[in-house]
Write a protein that binds this ligand. Sequence first.
Ligand code: SF4
Ligand code: SF4
Length: 367
Amino acid sequence: MHATEALAEADRLMTLCNSCRYCEGLCAVFPAMEMRREFADGDLNYLANLCHSCGACYYDCQFSPPHEFNINVPVVLAKVRADSYASYAWPASFSGLFERNGLTISIALAVSVAAFILLFGAVSGPSFFSAQTGALFYRIMPHQVMAALFSLAFIYAVVALVMGVRKFWRNIGAPSGPLQEPSSLWQAIKDAGKLRYLDGGGSGCVNEDEQAKDLRKHYHHATFYGFLLCFAATCVGTIYHYAFGWEAPYAWYDLPVLLGTLGGIGLIVGPAGLLAAKFRRARELQDEARFGMDVGFIAMLLLTSVTGILLLLLRETAAMNLLLALHLGVVFALFVTMPYGKFVHGIYRFVALVRYAQERGGEAAHG
Ligand code: SF4
Ligand code: SF4
């Protein structure tokens, strides 16, 4: 007996696939499936989070629609995966909050925070809406207030994500903490860093014309490393401020600006490409009920980078106040909504890869 219809359907598919095993060389899902004879909810959530939705097994399958067996592994695992985000969310009462209208909630939150920051700045001095330069960056909002606001949002997101991961790790039946086996952790880091299983068994992600091309993988890389570079820029900026007393804004050749610019470009190219790929993708590979959640997260990433780059380009003009408030509002909304939206897919996939490496004895080889 399974908790949802999607889990029951995933059980049916995995039981059939376990008899067939034709796709065992495509990705980590099938070798992990073959280690099991029965599929509890935790097993199915684990397999679903190992799937990168490349689509290869759908087009390779002789039992996919219109065959009466109706095998569609990518979509069924996508549904299980999306449900798993809600079932592991912390606190549980927030779990379904962003499922259908994530983008609306995120934008409303971003605009509210931006309005708050603008109001804060407007009451701080008459020159608020004139051109701003140099140290006047913090006239809008003192650094301590800004740091406190964003530290709280960041800490909240980290706590909620850690609580969700703990629940997931226990539910998938993992016997020990990931750090107790450094080789499994290292294998998972390498596989996640290369997006190893987003290649449909090596030939690439299947796209709308059923040809294997690797574009989604490249866009994911641009997004992932763009996000990391932006995060690194924020960390270096924090060190500059607290360790050396160097206040923002920094010159274009300073490390926080260089890292942020490179990351911002990655976060424009990657999400823009993912958005385009999402709309182009074959309908039979889409979990249409969760389309809004996927698009909402990608759109928020895009908004973060676009407002960040515009802020960099126009920071010496009168538009700086508005752009800074908007950028901070979007970043705040992104942080707070992280544990309840598509962002968690990267984290749960990584944890599933650690589990997979453990099961394979630290060597996540396939094929
Ligand atoms: S997806 Fe189809 S071809 Fe692949 S293992 Fe399952 S049943 Fe076999
Ligand atoms: S990663 Fe690709 S091949 Fe593997 S189960 Fe998912 S869609 Fe199928």
